[in-house]
Design a protein around this ligand. Structure first.
Ligand code: NAD
Length: 318
């Protein structure tokens, strides 16, 4: 799938002076994550409609929320709304914070067995008395739309059909919206977490990139990043990646979401990349917010459709 939505915005509001080197002031393409995510959802909606008319079948996504975490409640509400928007069934299980691990495992087991449920997502974090790993590993790998189950992790790495984690999947779609063929690119991922950095490496290997994973023990990280045609920042430190680390013309995907206090006591969201500096040098860059963020739920819906298709061996013709 080829996406072409990106605006062109000036990263520099001021005109360059005569003495400045204007070649380094090139404006990066701003990759519009909201527009790309809307296109992904439209594509899913068309496929869901085709499934319904050909097979009378509607995919279903079950989301399990335990407790009252305010951020989790917002995520679950957004997931439910977007699931319905693409024509899928959304089934929410809201359980009190004191629900026992055994009861959560029993619910997961019943969802695993329910043919109307094609995808299961257990919203994290779970309360402290619950072993999150045990719960996530109890999800049927075929319904594991978060892509965290060890079976899916293994399948992803050995190149078999797998449900892959949503944020890295969305990041790769954004990079491909700028350059459809990533083959041969030097990709540097900063961060080696199980939910972003590592699966990102597996997905970029599938795209035939030469992949480097940098992390907290990497020596001279600036020079490692300077060799990258594609930079993926997933560090969790605001503006960690500086503009002069970016190779001219590189594509920059900023996964980071950091809440930073600004004067007046308010908070602002910042990415892991020093945006203005990098936008002056990169060929394309994702903003924060409005870049990778909107892709995550879109890719969750993509995984739910893929899971339904695999479970029912249904052809999707739309
Ligand atoms: P994490 O804390 O699990 O991992 C951070 C990684 O950064 C680690 O592997 C660590 O080695 C590396 N790191 C830490 N300090 C470093 C340093 N000084 N130099 C080099 N590497 C360093 O975080 P995560 O869950 O992978 O998330 C990373 C960022 O992405 C966070 O800002 C998070 O909020 C964001 N995120 C966004 C989405 C989304 O939907 N857009 C989803 C998940 C995570």
């Amino acid at each position: 799938m080829i996406f072409g939505w990106f605006g062109r915005k000036s990263a520099h509001k001021e005109k360059p002076t005569a003495k400045e080197d204007t070649s380094s002031m090139a404006n990066a393409r701003i990759i519009d994550g909201k527009a790309v995510a809307a296109q992904v959802r439209a594509d899913i909606a068309a496929k869901v409609a085709a499934l319904k008319s050909a097979n009378g079948f509607t995919p279903g996504l079950a989301v399990v929320l335990v407790g009252e975490d305010p951020a989790s409640k917002v995520y679950v509400r957004n997931k439910g709304a977007q699931t319905k928007e693409v024509g899928m069934n959304s089934i929410e299980h809201k359980l009190p914070a004191e629900t026992s691990e055994a009861d959560i495992l029993a619910l997961v087991d019943s969802l695993n067995k329910d043919p109307a449920i094609n995808g299961i997502l257990v919203q994290l974090p779970l309360p402290k008395h619950v072993d999150a790993e045990k719960v996530l590993n109890a999800i049927d790998p075929g319904k594991d739309v978060d892509g965290f189950h060890p079976v899916n992790v293994g399948r992803l790495w050995i190149g078999e059909a797998a449900l892959a984690p949503c944020t890295p999947t969305g990041s790769v779609i954004l990079a491909k919206s700028v350059q459809e063929n990533l083959s041969g690119m030097n990709a540097v991922i900063i961060g080696r977490s199980n939910i972003v950095g590592k699966p990102m490496a597996a997905l970029l290997l599938r795209e035939n990139c030469t992949v480097t994973i940098a992390h907290s023990r990497t020596k001279d990280i600036a020079s490692v990043v300077r060799g990258a045609d594609l930079v993926i920042a997933a560090v969790g430190i605001a503006e960690f990646v500086k503009g002069d680390w970016i190779k001219p013309g590189a594509i920059v995907i900023d996964v980071g979401i950091n809440r930073v206090e600004v004067p007046g006591g308010k908070a602002k969201l910042k990415g892991d990349v020093a945006y203005d500096e990098a936008a002056a040098i990169a060929s394309a860059i994702t903003p924060v917010p409005g870049g990778v963020g909107p892709m995550t739920i879109a890719c969750l819906l993509k995984n739910t459709l893929q899971a339904a298709q695999m479970q029912h061996r249904l052809a999707i013709t739309a």
